[in-house]
Design a protein around this ligand. Structure first.
Ligand code: CMX
Length: 439
């Protein structure tokens, strides 16, 4: 058993028994009530999921196992000479609940490097797509192609005992995370760089190696990838990609099937695709004005134009958050350090100055503040990654860390098939009418 698996088993198996006892003792505790509005508003705020890896607060933002992003920046190990947290460390923390030592993080890096070989047929599947296939379509399909390697699916077919599900889910998760950067970089180089592929360098950390395979040798870009892969990894359980992983996994679909499904959700413009939409929106604004830096008035006019055309302002708003997303702030801090004079970054900051006030005047919008996607594209463009259709794939590689760590917990806790009740509007009308009549 590898060291992380051993550590996880030591922590999680007793925890699973403890949680079973906790449910037995408190099963009848009432958590809340919901009304018809809640049902028609996408179940916002209804507690219906257990996710151990992170918890979101509307005002404060995300905490991973109790740690905020600034705390993680301070406490998670870094590469020698680096400033950004290593995503390996965040994965360790999300999985075990403990902060990793430098050595723990090193072990995870080596563990993933050992597992990183991608079978040839996966590359063939990617190569079969036309160049105009969206990178997220290619990414989701490539994860499906990787499913031939699922140890969970193979073990299930052989008749594995339920109590060992977590073990095979762990193996699939580790293999999948190890291989995703290679798969994603392959898609990037195939689609945009004439299929001039770059072999992995197993001596590098996971995110550093990803930057290398994408073809970016600037250390600033590697640092950005470490930060990016850390802050996008998890956002509690109800967001579309996390919930999808959990839902599909609840049918005992293996981690490959679950993650591929999640990536199809992440590819939606109200979720992860917003990161490409932000840059598209800013570039269109610039193009409309004939280039250069728009004035604040021009930005304000463009926001109004967007709203009047019945569209959303990408990168702003959130289903849970009611303040500036700390993931936005973390990227802003990075930009202040590495590229304070970058024109596009400064436009993003001007948009941040103006948009909350404008959106704040529209009553129906619950959160006028920026989310994670409002800033990321400008950072990537600064280092020369101009192919914005690829940005959501970067989000997807990172998101795998959180949702798959959660899936291991799902299988450890023996969480059941998810199956909420649905009703028809007719049923609601009849039920409400009957209740009113009897009152
Ligand atoms: N621009 C314009 N209108 C917006 C808006 C925005 N940025 N944010 C919300 N609204 C509108 C909604 O479209 C909705 O309008 P209708 O009632 O006409 O449908 C209304 O305001 C109420 O929405 P809400 O309750 O404030 O927000 P939701 O919880 O329904 O949706 C989100 C949240 C993120 C989908 C929404 O704010 C949005 O579309 N933002 C832009 C897209 C975006 O940045 N998505 C990325 C989110 C982060 C991520 O997952 O990566």
């Amino acid at each position: 058993m590898d060291k992380l698996k051993n550590k996880f088993a030591e922590k999680a198996l007793p925890k699973a028994s403890e949680i079973k006892e906790f449910i037995k003792e408190n099963g009848d505790f009432v958590l809340g009530q919901y009304n018809l509005d809640a049902v028609f508003s996408g179940q916002k705020g209804m507690i219906g999921l257990i996710t151990e890896t992170s918890l979101l607060d509307a005002e404060e933002g995300i905490r991973f196992r109790g740690y905020s992003i600034p705390e993680l920046s301070d406490k998670l190990p870094k590469v020698t000479g680096g400033n950004e947290p290593l995503p390996e460390g965040l994965f360790y923390l999300m999985l075990t609940g403990d902060l990793p030592s430098e050595e723990d993080v090193h072990d995870v890096t080596n563990n993933w490097a050992r597992r990183a070989i991608v079978p040839k047929h996966v590359f063939n599947v990617i190569d079969a797509f036309p160049l105009n296939a969206h990178p997220m379509t290619q990414f989701s399909a490539a994860i499906m192609a990787l499913q031939t390697e699922s140890e969970f699916a193979a073990a299930y077919r052989k008749g594995v005992n339920k109590k060992d599900y977590w073990d095979y889910t762990y193996e699939d998760t580790m293999n999948l995370i190890a291989r995703l950067p290679r798969v994603a970089a392959y898609i990037y180089r195939k689609t945009y760089k004439f299929s001039e592929h770059i072999e992995p360098n197993p001596k590098l950390d996971w995110a550093g190696n990803f930057a290398h395979m994408l073809g970016y040798s600037n250390e600033g870009f590697s640092e950005l990838m470490r930060l990016y892969m850390t802050i996008h990894a998890d956002h509690e359980g109800g967001n579309v990609s996390a919930h999808t992983t959990h839902l599909v996994g609840s049918a005992l679909s293996d981690p490959y099937l679950s993650l591929s499904a999640a990536m199809n959700g992440l590819a939606g413009p109200l979720h992860g695709l917003a990161n490409q939409e932000v840059i598209r929106w800013v570039l269109e604004l610039q193009a409309e004005l004939g280039g250069g830096k728009p004035s604040k008035q021009q930005i304000e006019d463009y926001i109004h134009k967007t709203i009047n055309e019945g569209k959303v302002v990408p990168g702003y708003g959130h289903a849970v958050l009611r303040k500036t997303d700390p993931r936005f702030t973390a990227q802003m801090e990075f930009a202040k350090k590495h590229m304070p004079n970058d024109e596009l970054v400064n436009i993003v900051w001007d948009i941040y100055d103006i948009t909350p006030t404008v959106l704040g005047t529209i009553k129906k919008i619950k959160n006028p503040w920026p989310n994670v996607d409002a800033h990321s594209g400008a950072l990537l463009l600064h280092y020369g990654m101009k192919e914005y259709d690829f940005y959501t794939v970067l989000f997807g590689v990172s998101r795998a860390l959180g949702v798959l760590a959660s899936l291991i917990w799902d299988r450890t806790l023996g969480l059941p098939l998810e199956r909420p009740k649905s009703v028809t509007t007719d049923w609601l009308k009849k039920t409400i009418a009957a209740k009113k009549a009897s009152a």
